[in-house]
Design a protein around this ligand. Structure first.
Ligand code: GLN
Length: 547
């Protein structure tokens, strides 16, 4: 039976609940416990798969093909525990399951209500895998008082009553604003937030207080007194230079100790923090810098490419260099020369994306990298566009394009080098799709194997010829064009095991030009940088040396 830690937030949003949960998970692991982290999101979308990256940031994909909140990425990066479908749920999913059961007649004629039907559905979800780990950490999205979040708060309150005494604790994250005029940290918003929480029956065991200024002991004591929390369980959370400092920082202010105390785990096992000490050492003692351009569409919101940014940081850590990422809007050079925008970078990355906007600019970025021999990593759409670039500019197919952009055009004549994938093999069965299918959950999603060509650059990088990576795409490079492209030097160096779907392409005569149909960034960790990112940054360092 697991112990449960429920993490809620108050005062303002974006305080870093996800990061705090992930760091706490890492600290519990360092003490020898097994953990799993979950996210319960109050919004009504069934999952974030259909939400705009501009609005919600990146969609994080799990091995088992769920499209989830980006906080699951933090969880994986800090704990190394692969997230599953059952680690992320929204109000939309809960309600849709309840309504489906109602239609099936599962409730035997009862009137369906938020309590108990919706709350039961939430509790059942939280309880999945109860016997698998020592600690289950459940983060509730949004802030206390949000209308949509109420059923979740009610469900976790009930859940703690259903379980044995001492099996669940509540951790609440708040903000202590600083008033410069009076030079004071203000505790009142925290008091109000806890009052709100208590009014729905939840008494926090631990308070984590974000603050830009040191919190004096006097204030900690005051918060403890007014919020009915032990002073040692009022944990300061200060701003950090790097998110990867969070586990050590939280350990140093006693978060993991406070959690073990709240569960009365005594004596507490000693932590082994060597992993995080090494991570910090690599961040603080970088021996050089490289500048990498991410040429994308969603550049206004950095969270849209969260995992890529983190994977590049990990690649830097593997090589002991600092990676400076610059976001370049591809649309800016859709119709003009990209050189003034791209010169000076040691490497170029074109990430995944959807829709036509900005694609001509990205194709130009791929051409620039190919002809100037700059390291290029194309991910998903970034691979598809690299293939279109090769077809247009090297293999004599000026009309090369993708059905994703051109199928609407009707009249427009084009060569569908990238086509809408309608059938593929997953395990023992064949998945079928049609144009016009629902948008939600219908892509080729989750972990698939690929076989790498012996002697290819990628086989060297991975150190083997069988890999498993996560996918999220609807379109695919057509193998019909393989021969023509390979004749010009674009090697199809990774294929699906049945040989039907191109997974990786690389230019044979280029120092480092790789396009991948999958998302390697989703599996990178600070303590286990993804080999593609580690080698991409290594190649960027070589360029830096030449400049
Ligand atoms: N839009 C492309 C597709 O659906 C690429 C997807 C992506 O980059 N994740 O195939």
């Amino acid at each position: 039976m697991a112990r449960y830690i429920f993490i809620t937030g108050g005062v303002v949003s974006s305080l870093g609940k996800g990061l705090t949960s992930a760091a706490l998970g890492a600290l519990l692991q360092a003490r020898g416990f097994s953990v799993r982290l979950r996210k319960l999101d109050p919004y009504l979308n069934v999952d974030p798969g259909t939400m705009s990256p501009f609005e919600h940031g990146e969609v994080f994909v799990t091995d088992d093909g769920a499209e989830t909140d980006l906080d699951l990425g933090h969880y994986e990066r800090f704990t190394g525990v692969a997230a599953r479908k059952t680690d992320s749920v929204s109000s939309g999913r809960i309600y849709s399951d309840v309504l489906e059961k109602e239609r099936r007649g599962d409730y035997l004629g009862k009137t369906i209500q938020v309590i108990p039907h919706v709350t039961n559905e939430i509790k059942d979800f939280i309880n999945i895998g109860d016997d698998e780990v020592d600690f289950m950490l459940c983060e509730i999205g949004g802030t206390v008082g949000d209308i949509e979040a109420l059923p979740f708060f009610e469900a976790i309150r009930q859940f703690s009553q259903d379980k044995a005494p001492g099996q669940c604790i509540f951790m609440h994250l708040t903000l202590l604003p600083y008033l410069a005029a009076s030079g004071e940290l203000k505790t009142k918003p925290t008091q109000h937030s806890v009052k709100e929480l208590r009014s729905i029956g939840i008494a926090p065991d631990i308070l984590v207080c974000r603050s830009e200024h040191p919190i004096p002991d006097k204030e900690r004591a005051k918060i403890g007194l007014f919020c009915n929390v032990r002073q040692e369980a009022v944990i300061p959370a200060y701003d950090l230079k790097s998110i990867y400092e969070a586990p050590m920082a939280y350990h140093n202010v006693g978060l993991d100790q406070a959690v073990l105390d709240a569960f009365q785990i005594n004596p507490a096992p000693k932590p082994n923090l060597s992993r995080w000490q090494d991570v910090e050492d690599r961040i603080h003692h970088a021996e050089g810098e490289v500048n990498i351009a991410i040429v994308g569409k969603y550049v206004q919101l950095e969270d849209a490419y969260k995992s890529i940014k983190e994977a590049l940081t990990h690649g830097g850590m593997a090589n002991r260099v600092k990676v400076n990422v610059e976001w370049v809007d591809a649309e800016v050079f859709d119709t003009v020369d990209p050189a003034p925008h791209l010169e000076g970078f040691h490497a170029i990355l074109v990430p995944g994306g959807f829709g036509e906007r900005g694609t001509e600019g990205k194709i130009k970025a791929a051409e620039f990298a190919r002809t100037r021999k700059i390291p290029y990593l194309g991910i998903c759409l970034g691979m598809q566009l690299a293939v279109i670039e090769a077809a247009r500019n090297v293999a004599g197919m000026p009309e090369a394009g993708s059905e994703e952009f051109d199928h609407e055009a009707g009249e427009k004549r084009f060569e569908p080098v990238v086509y809408h994938l309608k059938e593929w093999v997953q395990g023992n069965y064949t998945v079928k799709r049609k144009v016009g299918d629902d948008k939600g959950g219908t892509m080729r999603l989750g972990a698939y194997n690929a076989t790498l060509a012996e002697g290819s650059n990628v086989a060297r990088i991975y150190g083997g010829t069988t890999i498993e990576e996560r996918h999220r795409h609807r379109y695919e490079v057509d193998t019909k064009y393989r021969e023509a492209l390979e004749a010009k030097g674009l090697q199809f160096s990774g294929m699906s095991p049945d040989g039907r779907l191109p997974e990786i392409v690389e230019w044979a005569d280029h120092p480092w030009f790789i396009g991948v149909q999958f998302h390697p960034e989703l599996k990178s960790k600070p303590f286990e940088p993804h080999p593609l990112f580690a080698d991409f940054v290594r190649a960027a360092i070589e360029v830096e040396r030449l400049v």
